[in-house]
Structure formats: structure tokens, C-alpha cells
Design a protein around this ligand. Structure first.
Ligand code: NDP
Ligand code: A1CAB
Length: 272
């Protein structure tokens, strides 16, 4: 087995974000192999990042010490079945990024006694601004934890989650979370246009506002409520908007949306 070869099984949206983030931060492209059945996606990964690409999982996994299982939850069982013989022979560190699928299910589908790290990254990993939760099963050694942790911390924040049951909450907050922010961006842009701004002006102002606010959240050390209050002049424009958000149940909407995502994560595990 060649040391330090990383195999991505599935070369879709999330794998692309991780691969792009890793290569941009100095991981040699030659140390990454990807299995992706769609020729167009496969060729784009090779062209954009210089990684090795294969049509089948076993071709990419052969010779790799770490496997990143990055297929949809619904096909994970089949893909693990294809890899079980190789897993028994080579005992790789198995890193799953799938929503809902448990470390125990992956271990079982790969034939048992496998070191499995269940993770939940997000697409800002592409820019080194990802947020990943990680849970390790008892077969993962300290070296395995370090390896998985360093893989994810190379592309952003990595947080170990002690109780696997909390991984559905991680998925619902940070795995899916970028989509909530993009939805807010869409709504803010549309609202700016409705108030008479040109579309590109509304887009630029909304996007830069989200960037600036996000940077304040992580760089000032002040909490979100404090930062919000500093924008909200008594009797001013922000107060009018915040009161409208509160009266229309924004907090309840967010709570229900995150609960729906967590519930879907649990269903994905039960349906596998
Ligand atoms: N997108 C996101 O923001 C995040 C996704 N995830 C998780 O990442 C995983 C992938 O999601 P995402 O990237 O969005 O999905 P995609 O559908 O974009 O990517 C999955 C890819 O795997 C391919 N594939 C299917 N079967 C195999 C196989 N046997 N061997 C190799 N590749 C195969 C699919 O091809 P085909 O389409 O032809 O089936 C597809 O191109 C999911 O489990 C998801 O829960 C986790 C965090 C965030
Ligand atoms: O939507 C999904 O199921 C995946 C998991 C988290 C983000 N995307």
C-alpha cells in the first residue's frame, strides 16, 4: 500500500469542494485519486485540480491508505459492498461525509472491524472556510484521528463530536447551513430589486453585507446579539426590519427548518 494516498469515492459537489480546498492548500494532486462514474465530472476534476481519476470505486481505492466515501447516502450500502473485499485486505482509514449514514452501518457494510470516521463538512471547504464535525468509531487509532482531523482542518474549522447522535444536528446546522445563507442572499437581493435597486447593485450590496457580517461574527469576538444591537438604532430603520422579522416568526422558522433537516438525516440512516 502506498503511503498517504487519498481516494475519494464519488466526485460530486462536496468531493469537489474538499479536493479543491486541499489542493489549493498544498496537498499534492498526485496524492489524490477520485472515483466518479460521470465522465464529465471526472474529466473536470482532472483538468481543474490535476488529481488522478477513475470510473470505478475499486480502481480509485486500490493503493490508497485513506478512503473518503463521498457518494449519496442512498447508494452508500452498494458502494461499500463493492469495496468490502479490498477493505478487509487493506484496512484503510475510512472517512465518510454522507448525511445520516452511521459509522456502524459503514463498518458493517464494509465487512466489519473497520476504522470509520463519520464527518459532516460543508462546501465553503473549497475556499478553506469550511466547517466540519467529526465522530470516530472505537476502531480509529489516535493516528487515524489526527489524520482525519488534519484533512478537515486543512480546509477550515474541524470539531470533534463525542456523541454520534449529535451528527444529525451538525448536518442540520453547518452541513446544510450554507444553503440557508444562500437563500437569505437570494431573498435580500430580490427585496433590494423590489425597493428599486438595479439587480447587479442589489446583488453586490447584499453579498458584501453577508461577507462583512460573517467576518464580524468570527473576527470581532462579539456575539451575534451584541453585533445586531450595534446596528439597531432605537426607533430607526433596522428596528423596523427586526420587529417585522420577529413578528413573522423568523426564529421559529429557523428552528423548524433545522429540526426538519436533522429529522431527514435520521430518516436517511433508517432508510439505508
Ligand atoms: N453537497 C453538500 O453540500 C454536502 C454533501 N454531503 C454529503 O456528501 C455526499 C455527496 O453529496 P454531493 O456531493 O452533494 O452529491 P453528488 O451527487 O454531487 O455527488 C455524488 C457523486 O457520486 C457519484 N457516484 C455514484 N455511485 C458511485 C460509485 N459507485 N462510485 C463512485 N462514485 C459514485 C455520483 O454519480 P451519479 O450522479 O451518476 O450517481 C455523483 O457524481 C452525500 O452523502 C452528502 O450527504 C455532506 C456535506 C455537504
Ligand atoms: O442536502 C444534503 O443532504 C447534504 C448534506 C448536507 C448538505 N448537503
Amino acid at each position: 500500500m502506498t503511503r498517504d494516498i487519498l481516494a475519494f469515492i464519488g466526485g460530486g459537489n462536496m468531493a469537489r469542494s474538499l479536493i479543491g480546498g486541499l489542493v489549493a492548500r498544498g496537498r499534492p494532486a498526485a496524492s489524490i485519486q477520485v472515483a466518479e462514474p460521470q465522465a464529465a465530472l471526472r474529466e473536470a476534476l482532472a483538468a481543474d485540480f490535476g488529481v488522478g481519476v477513475h470510473a470505478t470505486a475499486s480502481e480509485a481505492a486500490r493503493g490508497a491508505t485513506t478512503w473518503v466515501l463521498s457518494v449519496k447516502p442512498q447508494v452508500m450500502r452498494t458502494v461499500c459492498g463493492e469495496l468490502a473485499t479490498l477493505a478487509a485486505e487493506t484496512r484503510p482509514l475510512v472517512v465518510s461525509i454522507a448525511a445520516g449514514v452511521t459509522a456502524g452501518q459503514i463498518d458493517q457494510w464494509l465487512g466489519g472491524d473497520q476504522a470509520v470516521v463519520r464527518t459532516m463538512p460543508n462546501t465553503p471547504s473549497l475556499l478553506g472556510a469550511g466547517a466540519t464535525g467529526l465522530y470516530a468509531n472505537p476502531r480509529v487509532t489516535e493516528a487515524g484521528r489526527e489524520l482525519a482531523g488534519s484533512l478537515m482542518s486543512a480546509v477550515g474549522l474541524a470539531a470533534w463530536i463525542p456523541d454520534e447522535a449529535q451528527m444529525d444536528a451538525v448536518t442540520a446546522v453547518s452541513g446544510s447551513g450554507p444553503a440557508y445563507v444562500f437563500l437569505l442572499a437570494e431573498a435580500l437581493q430580490a427585496a433590494g430589486v423590489a425597493q428599486g435597486l438595479a439587480a447587479d447593485t442589489a446583488r453586490d450590496l447584499a453579498n458584501q453585507t453577508l461577507l462583512g457580517a460573517a467576518r464580524m461574527l468570527v473576527e470581532t469576538g462579539d456575539d451575534a446579539a451584541t453585533l445586531r444591537k450595534r446596528v439597531t438604532s432605537p426607533g430607526g430603520t433596522t428596528q423596523a426590519a427586526i420587529e417585522s422579522f420577529e413578528a413573522n416568526g423568523l426564529r421559529r422558522l429557523v428552528d423548524e427548518a433545522v429540526a426538519a433537516a436533522a429529522r431527514r438525516g435520521r430518516e436517511l440512516s433508517e432508510g439505508s
